[in-house]
Design a protein around this ligand. Structure first.
Ligand code: MG
Length: 368
């Protein structure tokens, strides 16, 4: 089997309402998504999506994905897309770094491998676990009451896990966390995601002021060095998100005991092939995993659902449904959808999602 065509679409995904991170420091209103279709000489096609959360969240942006694909696509024509490790090595040789550029291509290759084997991607990734995976809400930073209202809105949609975005100022964050924690219902998990907004002294102050709450804090500070410093002076479990960029970061997180959880963002680490390696290390070392993407439509969500579906509970406390927050549905009725606050990976071969071409419009570029 050989790749004979790679088509690339650009799609704006407006958010239903403005979204604030890092205590309101970062505002987001529209995402720039890149959707890739890889066609083969055997008539099997695969789809993937790469969508950074705006341009300010990570060193990644939509135009960068398409510029990177422009370098990579000509080199992939003629290659067997089912050989995902080999495809990734070739991409890394041709364009070192830039993992976020490669994830849509990698996911499309896994889609083809699944369709070719007549298996869903989760089965190719090692096998489906029986339980559906809880979806974590994403609660934009706001006043305590606004955040309580938003938690309730997601609760009404069936969500039992809530990722509450904090990181404004110390006094306000202590107030927010105490109020949200008091509102936690039986069977719910509420955790606090700082998106690297605190300096170490702020993290230590807030986390020690709320030492009685039983939850974890995600990415309290910018760097692993800073978070290691916070770790030594606080008692809560810690989750690393943005600072987990590659396998070497993970080895450090584990060997230095910096965190008990990691958030594996498939676009950030470069696709399912890389995310699978991180999953395996975490399973072997007792690190729990949230499996999310950096943004996107149901295509991106569904690739996360496939990986998350392979992780036994309680090692995967949450996935994320970005589709819930954007106003465009690229594949109505298909893929991973919220069912009572959980995702299950589709039973169809491959990714199990085919975008609606009428919604995508014309590709911005086609490589043959
Ligand atoms: Mg996070």
């Amino acid at each position: 089997m050989k790749i004979n065509c790679i088509s690339v679409w650009q799609l704006d995904l407006p958010l239903h309402k403005p979204y604030y991170l890092s205590g309101g420091r970062l505002k987001f209103e529209c995402l720039d998504s890149t959707i890739v279709r890889i066609d083969t000489d055997e008539g099997i096609s695969g789809w993937g999506e790469g969508c950074p959360w705006g341009v300010t969240y990570l060193p990644a942006f939509g135009k960068g994905i398409r510029a990177g694909i422009d370098e990579l696509a000509p080199l992939l024509i003629g290659r067997d897309p089912r050989l995902t490790d080999s495809i990734n090595r070739s991409m890394d040789l041709a364009l070192p770094g830039h993992p976020y550029v490669k994830s849509a291509i990698d996911i499309a290759c896994w889609d083809i491998a699944g369709k070719s084997a007549n298996l869903p991607i989760c089965e190719l990734l090692g096998g489906r676990e029986p339980d559906p995976v809880p979806i974590a809400s994403s609660i934009s930073t706001g006043s305590p009451q606004e955040m309580l209202d938003e938690v309730q809105r997601f609760r009404d949609l069936g969500y039992r896990v809530h990722s509450c975005k904090v990181g404004a100022n110390v006094a306000m964050d202590i107030k927010r966390i105490n109020l949200l924690s008091d509102d936690e219902r039986e069977g719910e998990t509420m955790f606090y995601d700082v998106n690297r907004a605190w300096l170490p002294y702020e993290a230590i102050t807030v986390m020690n002021a709320v030492s009685g709450i039983s939850s974890w804090f995600e990415q309290p500070c910018e760097t692993l060095d800073e978070i290691a410093q916070v770790r030594r002076q606080t008692s809560h479990p810690i989750c690393i998100d943005e600072a987990l960029r590659d396998y070497n970061d993970l080895v450090r997180i584990q060997s230095e005991g910096i965190a008990e959880l990691v958030n594996i963002k498939i676009n950030r680490v470069g696709g399912l092939t890389r995310a699978r390696q991180i999953r395996d290390f975490c399973l072997q070392t007792g690190i729990a995993m949230l499996i999310m993407d950096t943004g996107g439509s149901v295509l991106a969500d569904t690739s996360c659902a496939h990986l998350a579906q392979t992780i036994p509970q309680p090692s995967c406390p949450g996935v994320w449904s970005c589709q819930e927050m954007v106003a465009v549905d690229t594949a109505p009725g298909q893929g991973a959808r919220n069912i009572e606050g959980c995702f299950s990976a589709p039973e169809l071969p491959g990714l199990g999602v085919e975008p609606d071409l009428a919604i995508l419009g014309d590709p911005v570029v086609v490589y043959r």
